[in-house]
Write a protein that binds this ligand. Structure first.
Ligand code: BES
Ligand code: ZN
Length: 635
């Protein structure tokens, strides 16, 4: 540690220990010691973030490093072993370490060879159970021996039948937002950053990969060692085990997947290296060494997850034409916004997802051109509108109040698209080059730190709000961040490529032309999505039959097009598409694609029967999150 850093830490300590536990904010400046030579970060007040989703006590005892040793048991569907946690005392009288757990069996806790007392509290339904460990005064590390439950909310165990190869089982974790605690006892708050090492023991035929340094050439011997030398929040700890193979795409990029889809994945995502280079050019050097992709089985509940060095990706975006690769741009962008600069609590999720969505559009523009960017921006704006039309005002706020709420239930487009639109407005007001300069400085100032919305506002006050006081105002910024809806005069994305689509749709709806005469031969996937998503809510069976006949929509192999179409079919009870609907719901577990369908089906008694049947069939193969979020629609 450099003297400067030591000074900053000491000052931080003084600030933290000097502040009343119940206060949610401190406004003291830290690091004033050498204001002159330090970058802006040390002049910024770090607001003490209240995390409603963790029982842990990082203000008193803060965990800094983990060393995992876990055995993977596919028969019992458990992980078992131990984790050593290195910690720092943040107050002189600190004597208890509090960790988060969920459904873990804790067998013993040891420090310096001595068995320690611990207490596992009663479990809360959303947040799990606090594990309190009494610390001997000379201790700076504890080792917790434990095993996970087969129902761990952050782990999915797949049988061989649920994989592409059908021969070996598969396992993957998904920790964001608060599921790391279901497979590791730790301080499960994004304001706590840890480095980690891990030893993972698996059946010999299988390969383990983690959100850490992965050696593509590692021998398959059933014992895998990992190291993540940069401090990351707990929600970025990730593990997958399966019959995985690797294929390089570029110098720093490659893909892991089951062998059957490896070539298709590598071809679909071959532009990953270009995306990486383009992002670095504008927003600063990539900090994480390699950037690889792991393609999961279709039950992966998200499109993607930005696990550092190794994004986890749904196979549902392998469309054959790169039409859905903005997902890769998105997960890659998180390497800057999210993984390097991290939201301090889930209230601040928009700092991760809004910045990332903004960067995603920029990357897509750099790699695929302006028209692609315009189309994606319009579709994103429309997704946002759908949420603005249905969400309660309080859920339309960027800095959302999540007290007492399960983050899994609050997921929406607001932090993504509203956040991106806010940044787009800042860009328009100060000019792109200036805004890029600002972003570069922001990523540097807060590198490897977790920050709150208030930290961001303080930073804006010292940068853009000062430099462009004629163009920006704090009121406007607060309106974006703390008010529902969109401020008047928010940017309006537009795409010329959609003009002809609007015309075709209108001509068809008014009976001027037949569907088969729509000149759609050169339409790209985005134009199809725009065509479908903007049809009137009510369509006749004859109209749907005509569309389906002309364009084969029920049989579309593009999962986004199929999703939009099937939703229309449910809402208009177009039964010829129902076998496909059933197959879709049973074969895909990505929540964003299945949840709207279950929800729409649940609106009518007949629909509910279809939903119940599909859900019953699919449930065993769904991830615990997809089960939790959709169960209510089939009750
Ligand atoms: N980090 C998110 C996924 C996430 C967010 C998991 C909040 C749990 C809580 C990931 O980067 C993401 O945004 N995925 C999207 C991608 C899309 C917006 C391109 C998804 O999965 O659909
Ligand atoms: Zn994201």
């Amino acid at each position: 540690m450099t003297i400067k850093k030591l000074l900053v830490s000491l000052l931080t300590l003084v600030v933290i220990s000097g502040c009343n536990e119940s206060s949610t904010k401190t406004t003291e400046l830290i690091g004033v010691a050498d204001k002159e030579s330090k970058p802006l970060e040390t002049q910024i007040a770090h607001h003490n973030a209240q995390d409603y989703h963790s029982f842990s006590n990082p203000d008193v005892v803060k965990v800094t490093h983990l060393n995992l040793d876990l055995s993977v048991d596919f028969t019992q569907q458990t992980l078992s072993g131990n984790v050593s946690l290195d910690f720092q005392r943040m107050t002189p009288d600190a004597d208890t370490l509090i960790l988060d757990t969920r459904d873990l069996v804790i067998s013993k806790v040891v420090s310096n060879g001595n068995v320690l007392e611990f207490n596992l509290a009663n479990a809360d339904n959303f947040f799990g159970a606090a594990l309190s460990i009494k610390l001997p005064s000379d201790s700076s590390q504890v080792t917790v021996y434990y095993n996970t439950s087969s129902k761990a909310s952050g782990v999915q165990w797949l049988t061989p039948a649920q994989t592409a190869g059908k021969k070996y089982p598969f396992l993957f974790t998904q920790a964001q937002a608060i599921h790391a605690r279901s497979f590791i006892p730790l301080q499960d708050s994004p304001q706590v950053r840890v480095t980690y090492e891990a030893t993972i023991r698996t059946p010999k035929a299988l390969l383990a990969v983690m959100s850490a340094a992965n050696d593509p050439d590692t021998p398959r011997d059933g014992v895998y060692e990992f190291s993540m030398p940069q401090p990351i929040p707990s929600y970025l700890i990730a593990l997958a085990v399966g019959d995985l193979n690797f294929k390089a795409m570029g110098e720093r990029t490659g893909v892991y997947s089951e062998i059957g889809i490896l070539d298709a994945a590598a071809a679909e995502f071959e532009d990953t290296e270009s995306m990486l280079i383009a992002t670095e050019k504008n927003f600063g050097a990539y900090s994480w060494d390699r950037y690889d992709l792991l393609i999961l089985p279709p039950s992966f509940p998200f499109g993607g997850m930005e696990n550092p060095r190794l994004s986890f990706i749904t196979p549902t975006v392998i469309a054959g034409d790169k039409s859905l690769v903005s997902l890769i741009a998105h997960e890659l962008a998180h390497s800057w916004s999210g993984n390097t600069v991290t939201n301090a609590t889930w209230r601040d999720l928009w700092l991760n997802e809004g910045f990332t969505t903004y960067l995603t559009y920029r990357i897509m523009e750099m790699v695929y051109g302006e028209e692609r960017f315009n189309m994606e921006a319009v579709l994103g704006r429309q997704d946002l509108q759908a949420d603005l039309d249905t969400l309660k005002p309080n859920d339309q706020i960027l800095a959302i109040n999540l007290k007492g709420r399960d983050p899994d239930e609050v997921f929406s487009n607001i932090p993504y698209e509203k956040g991106a639109l806010f940044l787009r407005e800042l860009e328009h007001k100060v000019g792109r080059a200036n805004f890029d300069q600002f972003l570069l400085g922001y990523f540097e100032a807060f590198a490897f730190q977790s920050i709150t919305t208030d930290d961001f506002i303080s930073y804006l006050e010292q940068t853009l709000l000062q430099d462009y006081s004629d163009k920006l105002s704090k009121e406007r910024i607060e309106e974006w961040i703390f008010e529902p809806g969109l401020p008047k005069g928010a940017p309006v994305p537009e795409s010329d490529a959609f003009t002809s689509v609007d015309k075709a749709r209108n001509d068809w709806l008014s009976g001027t032309i037949a569907a088969s005469n729509i000149d759609s031969d050169n339409w790209v996937v985005h134009q199809w999505l725009y065509f479908l998503n903007n049809l009137p809510a009510e369509l006749s069976s004859a109209q749907l039959t005509e569309l389906d006949k002309a364009f084969g929509l029920t049989n579309s192999t593009n999962n986004e097009i199929a999703h939009s179409w099937l939703l229309i079919c449910v809402n208009n009870w177009y039964q010829p598409a129902f076998p496909r609907l059933n197959e879709y719901l049973v074969s895909i577990g990505r929540n964003k694609l299945v949840k709207p369908l279950y929800k729409a089906l649940s609106a009518t008694p007949e629909g509910k029967v279809i939903a119940q049947k599909a859900f019953a069939k699919a449930k065993a193969g769904y991830h615990p999150l997809t089960v939790k979020v959709n169960e209510k629609f089939v009750k």
